[in-house]
Design a protein around this ligand. Structure first.
Ligand code: PLP
Length: 418
């Protein structure tokens, strides 16, 4: 159940206070409910035809329930970078999540919701000095590091900050976006980095890692937790106070791989940390909470027929929400709204389809969203619906050619049961 007092976000509060929702259990909206909602939004915006997202807050609630069932001892600190939409942050805050922030602006966005700074991990191993000073000024007192230079900056500007040493995950080769090439201490760097912290009178509170975003091998978590245990022991051997925080990072997906990851993490915690009284285990999931909660509706603004091929232009693209095709190595799918609305034949089996190309609106040929996609004969002003568009989409879009990703509106949805 969402407790709206966990956050002061206005739209969340108004949803929670709405007649029919107040005091009830919020759940994910049904497929038909989503289609009806999209249609009613479109009919109200007849003229504008701008793209918009629907954020299913009930889905976020269901995901948190799934997380708590599968990883009851691992507290999620949502990775704001994945999708900083305030209604999503506010909902997660109300559900008790902490937050992984990577910059001053992300910390500001979370604090603006009324979340206290002790629910934030500043999980960027390389921070600008001015951002470190800001974190110190607002009481964000937990951060990650993986280099001697970072230790020196923190000693100078935020010496009371507790530190998590980020390790290079042993095996993130199967991840959609590996992070190992950029971040994480190598095994031979662990001792000198801990010694440097000790000498600087800084507190190393624990270890963190990230096996790579969109991780595909759950075994990577096992290897990383084993390495974390070794680093805990190294700290103790160096005469440092026993570490107490283990941060298992992100990488979680919404499919069956999540269940595998959860089993692996629970088993590895049992194997390596069973005798660690007072251990706090946290994580930094982004994609898990954001991806499936957002559906994008876009309008067809242009069309060209070339023989059997159909080419369509839509009003969002590679420089907007679909930047995920490039940066997040994502695949996207589009369904005509008219198909979703056809209750008796939702896949419109039997309808003639054509190999279709879907272009974004900018003047760059790179701005191509789909090729060889089978679509029925569509017309200018028809709508396409893209599901699962919440992770690393709007957050990394640009305003190129005057098509403003930041202006794409968000409509909130949920359904409720008594
Ligand atoms: N934590 C850190 C430090 C990251 O760099 C990222 C993603 O890049 C995340 C958490 C979120 O990862 P994911 O969305 O794969 O859960």
């Amino acid at each position: 159940q969402i407790r709206a007092n966990g956050s002061n976000h206005k739209s969340l509060r108004s949803i929670m206070a709405a007649p029919g929702v107040k005091g009830k259990r919020v759940t994910s909206i049904s497929k038909d409910g989503l289609t009806n909602l999209i249609q009613s939004i479109i009919s109200k915006k007849q003229e504008q035809k701008e793209p918009f997202y629907v954020l299913d807050l009930g889905m976020v609630v269901s995901l948190m329930e799934k997380w708590n069932r599968s990883l009851p001892n691992v507290r999620p600190f949502y990775a704001v970078k994945c999708n900083p939409e305030p209604a999503l942050l506010g909902t997660l805050a109300a559900l008790g999540a902490g937050f992984d922030c990577a910059s001053r602006a992300e910390i500001e966005a979370v604090l603006a919701l009324g979340v206290s700074p002790d629910r934030i991990v500043y999980a960027n191993p390389c921070k600008a000095e001015s951002h470190i000073k800001y974190a110190a000024s607002v009481g964000v007192n937990l951060t990650t590091f993986d280099s001697l230079d970072e230790i020196e900056k923190i000693r100078r500007w935020h010496p009371t900050c507790a530190l998590l040493l980020r390790l290079k995950a042993p095996d993130d080769s199967g991840a959609r976006c590996p992070l190992g090439p950029k971040y994480g201490a190598l095994p031979e760097e662990v001792t000198p980095l801990l010694q440097a912290c000790h000498a600087a009178h800084l507190t190393v509170a624990g270890i963190s890692f990230h096996v790579g975003s969109g991780a595909s091998h759950s075994g990577a978590y096992h290897g990383a937790i084993e390495a974390a245990k070794a680093a805990f022991d190294t700290g103790t051997k160096l005469g440092m106070p026993r570490m107490r925080i283990l941060n298992v990072g992100g990488g979680f997906t919404m499919d069956s791989k999540f269940d595998d990851a959860a089993i692996t993490i629970n088993q590895a915690l049992e194997t390596y940390f069973a005798n660690e009284p007072g251990l706090i285990v946290i994580s930094e999931p982004g994609r898990f909470f954001a991806e499936s909660a957002f559906t994008l509706a876009v309008n067809i603004i242009g069309k060209r027929v070339r023989g059997n091929l159909r080419e369509y232009w839509i009003n969002d693209g590679i420089y907007g929400s679909m930047n995920c095709l490039l940066y997040d190595h994502a695949t996207v799918t589009a369904t005509p709204l008219a198909w979703l609305s056809n209750r008796t034949n939702p896949t419109c089996r039997g309808t003639k389809t054509y190999p279709s190309t879907v272009f974004g609106p900018t003047c760059d040929a790179l701005d191509t969203v789909l090729t060889g996609h089978q679509l029925p004969e569509l017309q200018v002003n028809d709508w396409l619906v893209f599901p699962n568009m919440g992770a690393y989409t709007a957050s990394a879009g640009s305003n190129f050619n005057g098509f403003k990703t930041s202006a794409i509106s968000i409509q909130l949805a949920c359904s409720n049961v008594s």
